[in-house]
Design a protein around this ligand. Structure first.
Ligand SMILES: [Mg+2]
Length: 323
């Protein structure tokens, strides 16, 4: 699927961004989003499945990329969140657009290489694709895990500037390979739109409007009541923790430390918070000590895909192309 239309709501913002400085800013923030995703994944994985109390007794406040955790990771190693994003991103670049079959094949190749971690719904979706050749699972009310949302960043970058329904259609191409669920789709679209708003220079209040629109659509996502601790992989639990951390803090570092110290599915809350906060605050706001420890091959792939995927977007076609 190739996206060519440019959203009218974004056209005004493009005018504000017009000129080389605007283009540079979008590309820089795209890099922040991709590095933020990987850093959040690596930081959170250390404390995945721990409760906040267990984290406190083992680490005090967890704030360094040190590896370990239940997956016994090397320092700076990432998990399925980042790896599946890179697999999806590579398939989009190879095809010049989002293609469900190419995404399914990319996920299947990734699974063949014995990933360090893989969710049950993801494994089942890929196994079904291998058996049937159909890159879309039937709709299932129970497949509302966070596995499609954690890998949505390449869609956000490749479709920045497109209308929401086109972005949604592109996202469903990748999401439904494993997770065909309206709650997962709605939350993932919201996360993508938050990343895109931040890429275009939106601030925290702009992102909050998008989160509040999701809550208005489905009250299950209400995030301003009870503090979300030990969030599960259920997409509602996951994004509520992400929203709370994002809106209670004012820097990349404090948002990430806040969310991963809630424990639970901390690599994925870290990854999703990281992609949004990385776009919002930019790559220079990501602590150098975290980026430095990232696996070098992963770091390079993130930076390269951030640049190349953005070039496929309608926004790039209109105003970011070198004259
Ligand atoms: Mg993971």
């Amino acid at each position: 699927m190739l996206v060519s239309a440019l959203s009218s709501e974004i056209r005004t913002e493009i005018l504000l961004l017009a000129g080389d400085a605007g283009g540079d800013a979008v590309r820089r923030r795209a890099m922040g989003a991709y590095l933020g995703l990987a850093v959040g994944d690596a930081l959170g994985a250390t404390v995945e499945f721990l409760t906040p109390n267990e984290i406190r007794s083992q680490h005090g406040q967890h704030r360094e990329v040190i590896g370990g955790g239940w997956l016994r990771l090397r320092k700076g190693q990432v998990t399925d969140d980042t790896e599946m994003s890179l697999a999806l991103g590579a398939s989009i670049l190879a095809n010049g657009g989002v293609d469900p079959l190419a995404a399914a094949e990319a996920f299947s190749d990734w699974m063949r290489h014995k990933p360090v971690d893989i969710g049950n719904t993801v494994r089942r979706g890929i196994a079904t694709f291998r058996r049937t050749g159909v890159p879309e699972m039937p709709q299932n009310e129970f497949d509302a895990g966070n596995g499609a949302c954690m890998r949505c960043l390449p869609i956000a970058l490749a479709t920045v500037g497109a209308d929401a329904d086109q972005v949604d259609a592109c996202n469903q191409c990748q999401a439904h390979v494993t997770h065909n669920n309206p709650t997962s789709d709605a939350a993932t679209l919201c996360v993508i739109r938050m990343v895109q708003a931040a890429l275009l220079g939106g601030d925290r209040n702009d992102l909050k409007l998008l989160a509040d629109a999701l809550v208005a659509e489905d009250a299950a996502f209400t995030y301003d009541r009870k503090r979300s601790e030990n969030p599960s992989a259920f997409i509602v639990d996951t994004v509520r923790a992400v929203f709370q951390a994002l809106f209670a803090t004012d820097s990349f570092e404090s948002a990430l430390i806040d969310v991963v110290n809630r424990g639970g599915d901390a690599d994925t809350t870290g990854a999703i918070t990281g992609m949004i906060a990385g776009a919002l605050y930019g790559p220079a706001a990501i602590p150098a000590r975290w980026v430095r420890h990232l696996d070098k091959r992963i770091r390079h792939a993130c930076i390269e895909q951030a640049q190349e995927l953005t070039k496929l977007s309608p926004l790039y076609a209109v105003c970011l192309q070198p004259r």
